[in-house]
Write a protein that binds this ligand. Structure first.
Ligand code: AN0
Ligand code: CP
Length: 318
């Protein structure tokens, strides 16, 4: 594996899961693998979990880690090639990337969709420039269209909690006041479609995901119907994908909030969310605080997925 940007890079999911459980049993058992290797984490957007879990994973492997918040303390970066740089941007990404690459061995990048240009977002322009110009293995810490470290942790969590071989997993849109990227639901759908689980997506009309990610999933517009018999409810907000509403919030309909009444329709389902979550918009206090809520172990598994990915990158490239 040279780079990690999607489920397609990881190979057989059964092997990836075995690796994750091996790490979970003995996370300090590989502490020589990253000796004298430098991990650089670049954030164009905020983060709590990704920042801490990836840094912790690097430390478990004996790596040295550097973190750069591009918007806090670095020079303001131009991303457009051909731009006449007479404005507020001091440095071009095309110099900044190879310079950053020269100080490290592996680079993680967080760069969300900007919702200014759909083609640019869905071409993963920034992430691909890091792959092309850094000279280093690159992994996504949530890019414009996917959040594979999150999805890997989600898969580990479902495998740990599932009570049947083929659980029914429901990805449910839920309301949020601001426009959020499709990266988490796209990626979750992509990973779920790679398993043999029963996978259903529910959302109001107008929130259809890009077909390349929704894939073979069943789309059910009636949220309550979708919840019937579910073993896992995975809530997430996302802004519209389809034109002409790309990146827009079409409604903040709180009838889509996940509450106890809806959870009662399920097969005593576990509640999941990648976090950060807005309570009483996405999910009620009651549901997120219930014994069925597994959002904390889900977040804890981010350390495991990050360590598994870093191990592969170290083993395959050095
Ligand atoms: C981000 C998103 O929805 O993609 C990050 C989630 C991991 N969430 C927010 O910006 C609130
Ligand atoms: N789930 C997740 O990626 O959280 P952060 O945005 O806090 O990193």
């Amino acid at each position: 594996m040279r780079n990690f940007t999607s489920v397609y890079d990881i190979g057989d999911l059964k092997v990836a899961l075995q690796k994750a459980f091996e790490i979970k049993k003995n996370r300090f058992g590989f502490s020589d693998l990253g000796k004298n290797k430098t991990l650089l984490l670049i954030f164009f957007n905020s983060s709590l979990r990704t920042r801490l879990s990836t840094q912790k994973a690097g430390m478990n492997l004996g790596m040295n880690t550097m973190v750069l918040d591009v918007n806090q303390g670095a020079w303001k970066l131009e991303t457009e090639r051909g731009a006449i740089m007479d404005g507020d941007k001091t440095e071009h990404l095309l110099e900044a990337i190879p310079v950053m690459g020269s100080y490290c061995d592996i680079i993680g990048v967080r760069s969300f969709a900007r919702f200014e240009n759909k083609e640019e977002d869905y071409s993963e322009k920034v992430l691909n420039e890091f792959i092309q110009y850094s000279g280093r293995p690159v992994f996504s810490m949530e890019a414009a269209t996917r959040h594979p470290l999150q999805s890997y942790a989600d898969l580990i969590t479902i495998e740990e909690y599932k009570k049947t071989e083929r659980p029914k997993v429901v990805l449910s849109w839920a309301p949020h006041p601001k426009a959020l990227p499709q990266a988490v639901p796209n990626s979750f759908a992509e990973w779920m479609n790679t398993t043999d689980y029963e996978f259903v997506i529910t959302h109001p009309a107008g929130y259809e995901l890009d077909a390349q990610f929704a894939g073979k999933a069943k789309v059910e517009y009636d949220q309550k119907k979708a919840f019937e018999g579910a073993d896992f409810i995975y809530a997430k907000n996302w802004a519209a994908f389809a034109d002409p509403n790309y990146g827009k919030v079409l409604n903040k309909d709180r009838s889509w909030t996940v509450d106890s009444e809806k959870m009662a329709l399920t097969n005593n389902a576990y509640f999941m969310h990648c976090l950060p979550v807005r309570r009483n918009m996405i999910v009620t206090d009651e549901v997120i605080e219930s014994p069925q809520s597994i959002v904390i172990p889900e977040a804890a598994n981010r350390e495991i997925s990050a360590q598994a990915v870093l191990m592969r990158l170290l083993e395959d490239n050095f």
